[in-house]
Design a protein. Sequence first.
Length: 193
Amino acid sequence: MVGCAPNDQGGGQADYDQTKKMVVDILKTDEGKKAIQEVLQDEELKQELVLDQQIVSQSIEQTLTSENGAKFWTKIFQDPKFAESFSKSMEKEHEQLIKDLMKDPEYQGLMMQILQDPEMQQQYIKIMSSKEMRSHLQQVITETFESPLFKAKIQEILLKGAEEMQGGQQGQGGEQQQGGGGQGESGGGGGGG
């Protein structure tokens, strides 16, 4: 009996490796890919593969709030590329959140409390009077004055103002000419005789 029995010492591993290689080869063929696609199209299988949202939500919440989750997020947000990508992906949501908060009376009240706090006012004064802030403001003002858009707007305002002044002077000059012309005529008639 021993002579007819298969040798399990190395044959089992060899059969597994051969079977694995054969299955992988089959899956790589067009027929194998087509068979997998057909299986994935099956509605019953789809229903089994769909995850229960509540389970997913609970799992994510537990993962995020766990100690390991906190360590993971702390570590991953230290990567500047990830932090930048994450913030860009959430930019619209943050903007909308801020807009919604600005309309919220409770939030407005909290902001007013913060802004009216004497300590905060002192901090603002300290910041605004700092050398760095003055330098920054000077740079912003200089950049603004050098901006083509600003120059065009100022030019438009000056031209409009000049036209208004010119129109006002012409209107006043016209009134003086009419009034002055009447006096001149009567004065001129008296001087000619």
